[in-house]
Design a protein around this ligand. Structure first.
Ligand code: ADP
Ligand code: ZN
Ligand code: ZN
Length: 737
């Protein structure tokens, strides 16, 4: 056997998606041309009893390895012939791994769609697409008005000057087939898109504020900057995005647009497809593995120009990166809350810095961190203060419901307001952030309540399916007919959920069409789109829903918005609660109205003097944020300090407490700065899904101090004896405490 020559033998340092820090050394496969193997390529390696897909980070000499050469295993297969991730992509992922103290292998796997994580080949299939026929180009979409899905699809085709890829149309299979059968569209082989873009004349004439925002961002293309575009719904933010994108496309650049929720993509996607003759891809969890693979590869290879996606799209490699837009930047769904806990907003900014491109953050209700960064001159503020097309701001009213009779959670005054709005043929939007029929079932005889056996929470009544469900762990059971405790007492629903309000609204307003929008009513694929269509075409009079309503959608015919229960949000222990509540109120209010119809927003409350509500309503969001930020400064809370939360859980209460005690000791040993260590304490919901949860909060006025401490303490914590007996995680910059 030939002796291996340690000085010349090359090894690969590989990141593998396992919960262990550090890279793993492997010998290169034989025979292999070392020149052809580069960082950013995926490999298949033996690991434990099986194999895993990893990513090469470095190629180095055997002499650099700390592993006994006899024990080194060999890479089984180099999967890619070219790197999938560039040096800058890897730089970002390494930074994120360090900043969030999360194993690099797991961070890297977040960057890939599932198919690539599983080691599937990174090949774009020779795809086909659909094009309008001559007849399809001529026909008026209204000819199809009795087939609304076909009509909608045809409109999209007529608006889009390019063919549309089959993979982008899988949601419209039936309508597509019908249009094909009618000879209005035909299947084509896919042209290879270039980023070339035919200038169109659909852009609106920007108002001066919009123009200023557009010019500012465009003048900074090709260099790093962060701009915060603040404007209420309907102030023309999307128009600003589109005009900036137009120019970026003309320069051959790619644009990554991040949105908080998939429910927002269809509307935006349609507007984008109408405006741009550039290939657009979407990336979110409702797409299948193949669609996500293709979208990712199309961006990576430069075939697509625009990606619209959720948080998980953030790491998609860009061949010609131009700009990152993050719409609704305040939205908490930009924070990943499990596994690799990162903030897509903060990482987007880090990414833009590495790529030397601008980031544009948009929101009607910017996060306090972003407003703080504006005040610190780290971000540039671009404001849209008037609603485009001269739509007026809505009028707010705090409706005192103390001692007032209520029906279906509605006070008499609100019912009167709803009646008069409906009488004028306008739509009403009612907001309640609680789905299900009632949040709890109670026995009138003995006081039994429907607690979840696995959580510190109640089981929610879902009347239509006749089930009790826990919204925290997913436990469910049939709705009991007799009290499980006393067998004889009468079981009653306690409190209100959207399902119950819908039922009672139907009694109060028997002649009006009511649409309920929540997670339960929109389970079925396509149902949300269906409801939105009904709302927009005026087939709905009352729209009732949860926070799903507060995001993205614009309902121009709604002139009355009511938030049914504001009080439950006023008394939270989490210091973020006030910010979230204010954002929610302004966001819900922003769904309504347009130029000729001024909207009204009614907030039902038993706390009409609460300073949070009065400040927000009398002085506006900006003033509210300034006051709240002043309070946070006095209390030394973020963004005036930096936090990390160490969480631990187990199926008993002792282990996580002991682990966090030991972790505290370890941290204290390194704490030379002025980091405060708070806890360990029970988590806000101490028991969830049968697990006992505890947490330890670290807070420091200096980011550097906190991270230095974590750098030293985390390796030690991960080696604690107790660490093996609990599930633990670190959340850097946590958003829920
Ligand atoms: P946002 O994204 O802030 O909610 P949009 O960009 O969607 O706002 O604009 C809201 C409405 O105003 C849209 O119907 C849009 O076409 C219209 N609009 C935007 N900018 C202008 C403008 N400069 N002139 C006329 N109408 C505009
Ligand atoms: Zn009972
Ligand atoms: Zn539960």
């Amino acid at each position: 056997m030939a002796k291996c020559n340690t000085s010349r033998t090359l090894i690969a340092q590989i990141a593998i998606p396992v919960p262990l820090q550090g890279l793993f050394d492997y010998l290169l496969p034989e025979p292999a041309d070392p020149q052809s193997i580069q960082a950013g390529m995926r490999v298949l390696v033996p690991f434990g009893k099986g194999t895993k897909t990893g990513v090469i980070l470095n190629i180095t000499h055997l002499g650099d390895s700390r592993i006994d050469p006899q024990k080194l295993k060999r890479v089984e297969q180099i999967i890619d012939s070219v790197p999938l991730l560039s040096a800058k992509d890897l730089q970002l992922l390494k930074w994120a791994s360090r900043y969030y103290h999360h194993p690099l292998g797991e961070v890297l796997s977040t960057a890939f769609p599932a198919a690539l994580r599983q080691g599937k080949p990174a090949i774009l299939p020779h795809d086909y697409c659909y094009n309008l026929t001559e007849q399809g180009r001529q026909i008026l979409p209204t000819t199809l008005k009795r087939a609304s899905k076909q009509q909608a699809l045809l409109t999209v085709f007529q608006a889009s000057p390019l063919a549309i890829a089959a993979t982008e149309l899988t949601r419209h299979k039936t309508a597509l087939k019908a249009l094909q059968d009618k000879g209005l569209i035909r299947k084509d082989t896919r042209q290879d898109h270039s980023l070339a873009w035919d200038k169109q004349t659909q852009a609106l004439t920007a108002n001066p504020e919009q123009q200023h925002a557009i010019d500012t961002v465009l003048s900074g293309l090709g260099q790093f900057s962060v701009s915060l575009l603040q404007g209420v719904t309907g102030s023309g933010k999307t128009e600003v995005y589109m005009q900036i994108i137009t120019e970026a496309l003309l320069r051959g650049l790619q644009i990554l647009v991040l949105l908080p929720e998939i429910t927002l993509t269809p509307q935006l996607e349609q507007r984008f497809r109408r405006r741009f003759s550039a290939p657009i891809v979407c990336f979110h969890s409702k797409l299948n593995d193949n669609q996500r693979l293709h979208a990712w590869l199309n961006m990576q290879q430069g075939h697509a120009a625009i990606m619209l996606g959720t948080r998980s799209a953030l790491f998609t490699p860009l061949k010609n990166p131009g700009l990152i837009i993050l719409d609704e930047e305040h939205d908490s769904s930009f924070k990943q809350q499990e596994g690799f806990r990162f903030s897509a907003r903060d990482v987007a900014i880090a990414r833009a810095k590495i790529l030397n491109i601008p980031v544009l953050l948009g929101s009607a209700t910017p996060s306090f961190e972003s407003l703080f960064n504006v005040a610190q001159h780290r971000y540039r503020l671009l404001q849209l203060s008037i609603r485009a097309g001269n739509a007026a701001d809505p009028v707010y009213q705090l409706l005192d419901i103390r001692n007032k009779p209520m029906q279906a959670g509605l006070s008499e005054a609100l019912i009167t307001a709803i009646r008069s709005t409906l009488a004028q043929g306008q739509q009403v939007l009612l907001f309640l952030n609680r789905r299900g029929f009632a949040p709890v079932q109670i026995c009138h005889g003995c006081g039994w309540v429907s607690r979840c056996g696995r959580c510190d929470a109640n089981m929610v009544i879902h009347a239509a399916e006749r089930r009790l469900r826990c919204h925290h762990c997913g436990s469910e059971q049939p709705l009991p007919k007799d009290c499980p405790a006393c067998k004889t007492g009468e079981l009653q629903p306690l409190g209100l959920g959207t399902e119950r309000i819908e039922q009672m609204l139907a009694e109060l307003f028997p002649n009006n069409a009511i649409i309920r929008l929540d997670k339960d009513s929109t389970q079925r694929k396509g149902s949300l789109e269906g409801y939105l269509e009904q709302i927009h075409s005026g087939q709905a009079d009352i729209i009732l829903g949860t926070q799903m309503l507060a995001k993205g959608h614009h309902f121009p015919d709604v002139t009355l918005v009511a938030i049914l229960d504001i009080d439950s949000g006023l008394f939270s222990v989490d210091f973020h609660a006030g910010e979230k509540l204010a954002q929610m109120i302004v966001q819900v209010a922003g769904r309504a109205g347009r130029a000729d119809k001024r909207g009204k927003v009614i907030l039902q409350t038993r706390q009409p003097q609460h300073p949070l509500l009065t400040t927000l309503i009398e002085k506006g969001y900006q003033a509210f944020a300034e006051i709240a930020l002043r309070e946070r400064r006095q209390a030394g809370l973020p963004p005036f300090s930096y936090q990390a939360l160490l969480r631990a859980h187990a199926n008993n209460a002792q282990a996580p407490q002991q682990f966090l005690q030991d972790a505290t000791t370890a941290i204290l040993g390194f704490n030379t700065g002025n980091t405060q260590i708070l806890g360990p304490v029970a988590a806000p919901m101490a028991r969830r899904a049968g697990q006992f949860r505890f947490q330890l909060l670290l807070q420091s006025p200096q980011r550097k101090d906190l991270h230095q401490l974590l750098d030293q303490a985390i390796p030690k914590i991960s080696k604690l004896k107790q660490a093996g007996k609990v599930r633990w995680s670190l959340d850097v910059d946590p958003v829920d405490l």
